[in-house]
Ligand binder design. Structure first.
Ligand code: GDP
Length: 304
């Protein structure tokens, strides 16, 4: 994960560390390399620009070039700025280093709505999330609201079987909104405390998809809408995130396929561009390949 980017950043840091004393020109040269590495990793241009400007400002502002370990300090600033970019900052400008939990209803059942493009990894995530919540002592229900692809309902049933979680899949003759509503009702009656709605995707964002998702949102009032994004699609994932975020009350992102993402562009850009947090990370096809997003851990992986 992130190996292409991490290698380039490590090279830039190694050159810096080679200098006992640093000049402003040395810092500029290193930051140029960091900038190139981030752009090649498909990080959003504006995000890169701000990132580099902030590191430079701190490096010059705190007069570190006169100090004992200037290279160490520059690398430290890059690290801290990476955490801030991944997670956002508080009112005082400090990076939010804690994982941001899923929104849970005070009165069950909690409704979690998963959306995203086809192939992003929604159905897989539905299973992973159900397994994750089960481990935390919850009793989830999976709801098959993707009636676009004929095989989608079956796929969710298979996933539900793997993680031993019930699947609401009484879909014949129903609309996705009806299935979602009935699933929530079913959960109430059967004392299941989290309903995970697996919704339809398309190859591209289109109006029909958004209308269907808006209707499900309006009817079920989810506690959290999670947008599932394929990390390997880089800037495209960020554009998709912007479009979904404009149309729905997205609460956070799940980045999938991070295990196959050598570059990290989506991971680094999406929080800064769209302004919503990454909450979970998919790191494989298996049902236990899910991690809670920790900005510091992610930054350490990216920086090598
Ligand atoms: P959906 O159309 O959004 O429901 O996507 P699927 O859940 O069917 O996933 C599409 C493909 O991506 C499947 O082959 C999954 O096994 C794969 N996939 C999903 N999440 C991950 C992940 O975190 N890592 C990897 N390597 N593959 C994943």
């Amino acid at each position: 994960m992130f190996e292409a980017l991490a290698e380039k950043l490590q090279n830039a840091f190694a050159k810096l560390r080679g200098n006992q004393k640093l000049t402003e020109a040395d810092v500029d040269a290193a930051l140029r390399e960091v900038r190139m590495a981030l752009l090649e990793a498909d990080v959003n241009f504006k995000v890169v620009k701000n990132f580099i400007a902030r590191v430079k400002e701190r490096a010059m502002g705190e007069n570190i070039l006169e100090g004992l370990q200037p290279a160490h300090m520059v690398i430290k600033f890059v690290h801290e700025e990476m955490i801030a970019t991944l997670s956002g900052t508080d009112a005082e400008g400090k990076p939010l280093t804690e994982a941001i939990p899923l929104a849970m209803a005070s009165k069950p059942p909690t409704v979690l709505m998963l959306c995203g493009l086809q192939g992003a990894g929604k159905t897989t995530l539905a299973g992973k999330l159900a397994a994750h919540l089960k481990k935390l002592g919850r009793q989830p229900l999976l709801a098959a609201c993707d009636l676009q692809r004929p095989a989608a309902v079956k796929q969710l049933e298979v996933v539900g079987g793997q993680v031993k979680v019930p699947v609401f899949s009484q879909t014949t003759g129903k609309t996705p909104v009806q299935v979602a509503t009935e699933a929530v009702e079913f959960a109430k009656q059967n004392r299941l405390d989290v309903v995970i709605l697996d919704t339809a995707g398309r190859l591209h964002v289109d109006e029909a998809l958004m209308e269907e998702l808006q209707a499900i949102q309006a009817q079920t009032q989810p506690d959290e809408i999670l947008l599932v994004l394929d990390a390997m699609t880089g800037q495209d994932a960020v554009n998709v995130a912007t479009q979904f975020n404009d149309a729905l009350s997205v609460g956070g992102f799940v980045l999938t396929k991070v295990d196959g993402d050598a570059r990290g562009g989506a991971a680094i850009s999406v929080r800064a561009v769209v302004g919503k947090p990454i909450k979970l990370v998919g790191i494989g096809e298996k049902m236990d390949a899910l991690e809670v997003f920790h900005p510091e851990r992610m930054a350490s992986r990216i920086l090598g």
